[in-house]
Design a protein around this ligand. Structure first.
Ligand code: NAD
Ligand code: MG
Length: 388
């Protein structure tokens, strides 16, 4: 720590979570309150350089090696160091900082986040793929490093807020809320030929492209079921999902006495981010306050696993255990990229994912991180074969 300032690095600072994090940092006092150590991005180096100058970061890293010289030029005269590629990302994660915001999208976030965890930083975790793919190995690495794991995914942040640490033995279930996304009321036939533009338009939350489409297919909720399981040490049948179209209840915990504790708020990621940045203190955040008279009602409906098979696949992956989470995630990422590129249909994403999960159901559980990366690679390879 530098004096009383909290030092932080943001992996994925140019994304939706990253820019929201910098917004919260500015609200909480900016450079007077935080020492920003490293920022990382990928292709958007203009924004990355501008962010680094604004907050006075020490290191700015682009994941894209071919952008290194351009980034270095953008930073010239600022005293901010530039780096690129996987080694640059690992360098950013390994620099001394009290807290690391893990906000890279997809499996690409796993290795850098792991490096930060091993170093002992507190991890503000937006990158759910770390837990989906590496589960207990990732949780174990954070524990061994000695840092805290602070969930930033809104549902898990909500559960973290209402899960009474000294009453864990009495937790019966966690209930993840799902908005249902833009296709909540669509038939399967209607979903078969939806476009990228309709799939990316989330009714309540403003998020990055991939997670928005994962929300439309409910693969996001599938990942979140696995994320919750590992974060809170639950068995698969203790993780429930309920569709709640208004996204006001961010999630709930059910206890042995029948009580259900919920966390409510406006659908604004800056809440969960601000909670993680200030934990265990609750400071002021610029979030729209709930007006219950205006809300008038909160609705709930059971999720439909026929129209949203991703939920069934999450249960299958949890029941099978081993590296099925890594396989589901990697196959889904390949299928998702193909959907974004217009190369495959919306419903095909789940079909390809399930086929690859079945093909790789025999893989043994991971004893090392290398096993996770190997399962990830093999699943990508298989998913591409299905795409032809
Ligand atoms: P995004 O696409 O908006 O931003 C992703 C960030 O990662 C950017 O900084 C981008 O430059 C960087 N990046 C992309 N590819 C990379 C690569 N190969 N290597 C290194 N860096 C790379 O994504 P987002 O919506 O901010 O989501 C980030 C993570 O947070 C995801 O894991 C997502 O599931 C999770 N999350 C996001 C939200 C949300 O509201 N956006 C909510 C909950 C959880
Ligand atoms: Mg979420």
């Amino acid at each position: 720590m530098t004096g009383s300032k909290r030092s932080i690095s943001i992996l994925g600072s140019t994304g939706s979570i990253g820019t929201n994090t910098l917004d919260v940092v500015a609200h909480l006092g900016g450079r007077d309150a935080f020492d920003i150590v490293a920022l990382t991005g990928a292709s958007n180096i203009e924004l990355l350089a501008e962010q680094a100058r604004t907050v006075g970061a020490r290191l700015a890293v682009t994941a894209d090696e071919s952008q290194y010289v351009a980034l270095r030029d953008l930073l010239s005269g600022s005293g901010i160091e530039a780096a690129a590629g996987q080694s640059g990302l690992l360098e950013a994660a390994s620099m001394e900082a009290d807290l690391v915001m893990a906000a890279i999208v997809g499996t690409a976030g796993l290795a850098p986040t792991l490096a930060a965890a091993r170093r002992g930083a507190d991890i503000a975790l937006a990158n759910k793929e770390c837990l989906v793919a590496a589960g207990e190995l990732f949780v174990g690495a954070v524990k061994a490093g000695g840092g805290r794991l602070l969930p930033v995914d809104s549902e898990h942040n909500a559960i973290f807020q209402v899960l009474e640490e000294n009453q864990r033995h009495a937790v019966e279930r966690v209930i993840l809320t799902a908005s249902g996304g833009p296709f909540r009321t669509f038939s399967r036939e209607q979903m078969a030929d939806v476009t990228l533009e309709t799939a990316r338009a989330h009714p309540n939350w403003s998020m990055g492209l991939k997670i928005s489409i994962d929300s439309a297919s409910m693969f996001n909720k599938a990942l979140e079921m696995m994320e919750a399981r590992h974060l809170f040490g639950l068995s698969p049948d203790e993780v429930e999902v309920i569709v709640h179209p208004q996204s006001i209840i961010h999630s709930m915990v059910g206890y042995a006495d029948g009580s259900v504790l919920a966390q409510l708020g406006s659908p604004d990621m800056r809440h969960a981010i601000g909670y993680a940045l200030q934990f265990p203190r609750r400071g002021h955040l610029p979030i729209e306050r709930l007006d219950f008279a205006k809300l008038a009602r909160l609705d709930f409906e059971a999720p439909d696993e026929d129209r949203f098979p991703a939920l069934r696949l999450a249960r299958l992956a949890m029941d099978r255990g081993g590296v099925q989470g890594a396989v589901l995630n990697a196959a889904k990422e390949v299928a998702l990229e193909a959907f974004i590129a217009g190369e495959t249909g919306f419903l095909t994403m789940a079909e390809i994912t399930e086929a690859v999960m079945d093909e790789l159901a025999h893989l043994p559980p991971a004893s090392h991180m290398e096993d996770v990366f190997a399962a990830d690679l093999e699943a990508r390879h298989r998913a591409r074969a299905h795409l032809g």
